[in-house]
Write a protein that binds this ligand. Sequence first.
Ligand code: ADP
Ligand code: MG
Length: 701
Amino acid sequence: MDPAPRPNALKSMGHRLSLTKLRRALSGRKKKLQEIQEPDEPYQTTPTTTKPEEGQEEEEEEDDDDDMNEGNTVIGLLGGGQLGRMLCEAANPLGIDIAILDEHNAPAKQAHNTNRHVVGSFKDPGRIKELAARSDYLSVEIEHVDTEVLEDIEKNGVPVEINGEIVTHRPPIHPSWRTLRLIQDKYLQKEHFKSSGKTIPIAEQIAIESGDAALDSLKKAGKQFGFPFMLKARKGSYDGRGNFKVDSEDDFAEAIKALGTLPLYAEKWAPFVKELAVMVIRTEDSDGKLKNCVAYPAVETIHEDSICTKVFMPPRDVSEDICDKARKLATEVISTLWGRGVFAVEMFLLEDASLMINEVAPRPHNSGHYTIEAVPYMSQYKAQLHAVLDLPVPDKLIPRVQSSIMLNILGGAKPDSHHHLSGLARSTYDDDMDVYLHLYNKESKPSRKIGHITLTGFCSVQELEAKAKPFIDLVDQIRLDRLEATSETLRPTQETNGSAKPAEKAPVEPATDNHVEAQELSAVAASSDKPLVLVTMGSDSDLPVLKAGLDILKEFNVPYALDITSAHRTPKYMMKVADEAAGKGIKVIIAAAGGAAHLPGMISSETPLPVIGVPVKATHLDGIDSLLSIVQMPRGVPTATVGINNSTNAALLAIRILGAFVPEYQQAMKKYQVDMEEAVIVKGTKLREGGDAAYLAGMKK
Ligand code: ADP
Ligand code: MG
């Protein structure tokens, strides 16, 4: 694609006057318009920052006085969340004015006082134009904005009235709307990298047809990529929302149910060993010619429940050589885009030490928060300001500390769940580790990003991690409490006498975001009505198989807890759950797994409780692989094994075990057996008396 056509704008800051100064010039301060124009590009605009007041000419002096940040260059920002807030924090000491388009009192608005903010949605074309009319430049803190209106502003400008005259104003837009539009569609974004002429490795991908053709498309993806593969919404996704991990053909229906109304694409599974990210500053001249791409150090990002929770700089156990390659690759990627600003490049580090691009964010990013303290002379926010305004940026970005860890503060189970953590940050003073707390003044809601903590040190990242352990433990604890609270709301309601009422609905809905695999349904919670049976599975794709067994448990009023404990993807968590189950009052564990079904055996190795394995029929080998994996446990580690997909028998066996000690369960089991016997006797009588033809006809009905 050609570079974006450049706006008819004034050039770099050095040549540029802000709207306020321009207005002053036009209102008789003897400054000739030509002096502030491009010599060969007549600048026909005489913009204003606010609606012109009556009597403006006579009261120009006074009006200027009213102008809070008079003379400052104004960047209009679409979106006023925490990224905008930190941008404002960087802009304040630099004398740069930020006009924010977002809700009243949005986090960014709280951090910057100006009379230029606009109240409204950053998706509303009218409000965006209003913002453009009062800004020298436009930028974004979120990529999901209306690019049509940005394109229109760049091409046609916005009318503004100055001294009674309507003129056209074209604030330069950075990054370019072309970049924003491309990045909004993850599929096209990667197609662009593929055809950019640069060597940019991406996962194989295919577009998924919409409507009835979706199923065939998914089959094609399964054939081409094998399983699992990732089904992704092309647009509008964040924090993993919009991703669905497809483990087998059995998931197709659910995948379509979860995402089918959106334009989709499928991506080959990237078996990464780590996720890395690199922030890049992209500069270009006012003709749209690339000047430079400068990379920050590579960082390691940890995603839990699809949200970035921790960032390590430098990445742990990754060679400098790989980090250098990551930075180089990131600059290559960003050089193919348009406009100025900072960009985040998310990538996968694969087992063979090669890198693969996941996606790009055209703005400051979670993975760059650490730069506020670690690269203080040019944080990602200052870099965004300097790049957008075409102010100088360094040609190398060297951290001023040896290591740094960023921990996101996510809203916990209760509004004050994070207080202990923020309190620890406030009270920790340590010569070997500096602690920086950032709260965004957002209402705490479960999983919401409400702040972050950056820790820096002059030691290795491993040593810093060891020092930071109390912080990391608290962050993990907030998460576990949140997950447990979530699962409690999913658990069947229980009566105080200890028996469970049948739940009104299935205790868990399969997660719509199947990518959120481990622990989302974590349910080994201590509660007053303790579950007696723990039903755990290797993947939420096993849940449909377990449904029959769960129905039996409900029928017998057996309180149970649910969890996902993958033997291969979350082995530590699985062992923890197995280890703690008995102490939490669990009496029997049912564990379901498919394929290389190690879960039941591994759980059995870690608990003294009886474990019943349910072999789940996976994609290949008709479930024989799962069956043999579970049944062939070595001597000493008994694992009861039921038939393939037979969760009914697993539940019945669990109830029989409970019945050995709880008479009520034994009686209920006896009744179940009698009912079953009677049902068969009734059938036999009917068959004997009615004959086979009538019986078969009845069956068809
Ligand atoms: P978001 O827009 O929510 O950040 P991403 O496409 O970056 O969505 O995916 C979120 C996370 O899902 C990634 O950080 C990574 O952990 C995982 N993921 C995404 N794509 C793949 C893939 N092709 N293979 C394996 N994991 C993936
Ligand atoms: Mg991502």
